[in-house]
Design a protein around this ligand. Structure first.
Ligand code: HEM
Length: 315
């Protein structure tokens, strides 16, 4: 039941369209910890070892931003989870402790040689979030560094160095409706101390977090396995909690993505969610259905949801 309570339900209305659905964060922490912490950190670290190019990319000029991002994340860890993390600073000599993993690291802040890896790569191995740095220059934002282990069907290596509009180019209607420009202008104005957050959603067949574009062949075919009988167990609502923080010294933006999965059989236990999500899926336009990769099994999922509604006596 806790899984259900803590799940970041992404919808506000009965109709879903692409929009700037960002809101100011009530609590300005870029990191959230769930009961899957150890499992997901273990998975992340394994992926980083086995597929370093897929999971970590950076351009050399991002190093100062990386230290700044690392400092912000560390600060949030010790502020919001003081029983799990600690940081002792003696000038630039920092000692960071991760108690759940029983790990201790001593390094000199700002000195690349004092860490075994780049600062963004280091701190990413202590949080469930994927973390991206968008560098701001010439009135634009560029994806110049990131640690990405749990992508929803995109490739960090492919997108490295792209600007905001290029990254969002595959989304149908995004450019035509002027959304890409509006969101970019909003992001360029993002202020230090006033972080924003949004939720993105999709459905997926299976329980993989690492659904990268590079491994599509391995997980994409599970969509064909969805049936009315197994939809509740096999299909998951996938929600990304995304947060945006201005890094004041470098002027770049830290973008964190926390991915949550909830099997439909648990999701439908919340009656309001069941009713609203059924309406959303019924009405979802083909361009969004296709882009999200739902075309193959959306109707099967709808049959499953309608059967649950019928059981509850709701039309
Ligand atoms: C600034 C950091 C951001 C990065 C690095 C980023 C990156 C991405 C990427 C890689 C995709 C997948 C594109 C593909 O199909 O290849 C995507 C999709 C998308 N992004 Fe962003 N994004 C950012 C911020 C935002 C913001 C602030 C918004 C809206 C307010 C937004 C809205 C969307 C939407 C609506 C999609 C389509 C998602 C779907 O239908 O599943 N993005 N983004």
């Amino acid at each position: 039941m806790d899984e259900l309570k803590g799940f970041p339900y992404p919808f506000k209305e009965d109709i879903y369209r692409y929009s700037n659905n960002s809101t100011l964060l009530g609590q300005p922490n870029c990191i959230e910890l769930t009961s899957n912490y150890r499992k997901e950190i273990h998975l992340k670290r394994n992926l980083l070892i086995k597929h370093p190019e897929r999971c970590y990319q950076s351009l050399p000029h991002t190093i100062p931003s990386q230290w700044e991002a690392m400092s912000l994340i560390t600060n949030h860890l010790i502020t919001y989870f003081p029983e799990k993390f600690s940081l002792v600073k003696d000038g630039n000599n920092w000692t960071f402790r991760n108690y759940p993993l029983n790990e201790e690291y001593c390094f000199t802040f700002g000195d690349n040689k004092s860490l075994a890896m780049e600062p963004l790569d280091f701190i990413g191995r202590h949080v469930q979030e994927d973390i991206i740095i968008m560098m701001q220059r010439d009135g634009d934002l560029y994806l110049d560094a990131g640690q990405l282990c749990f992508p929803a069907n995109w490739s960090l290596a492919f997108n490295l160095g792209m600007n905001f509009k290029e990254i969002h180019q595959p989304i149908p209607g995004f450019k035509e409706e002027g959304l890409d420009n509006r969101i970019l202008q909003f992001l360029l104005r993002l202020e230090d101390g006033a972080p924003w957050g949004r939720k993105n959603w999709s459905l997926m067949a299976g329980s993989r977090l690492d659904t990268s574009l590079e491994t599509f062949d391995a997980w994409g075919k599970d969509r064909r396995k969805v049936t009315f009988e197994n939809a509740g167990e096999l299909v998951r609502l996938r929600v990304e909690v995304q947060k945006l923080f201005r890094l004041p010294r470098s002027g770049s933006i830290l973008f964190t993505i926390h991915t949550h999965l909830l099997p439909l059989e648990k999701f439908v236990l919340n009656e309001e969610w069941l009713v609203q999500f059924t309406r959303i899926l019924e009405e979802l336009p083909p361009h969004i259905t296709d882009y999200k990769g739902l075309a193959l099994y959306k109707n099967t999922v709808l049959d499953y949801l309608r059967a649950r509604l019928k059981e509850k006596g709701i039309k």
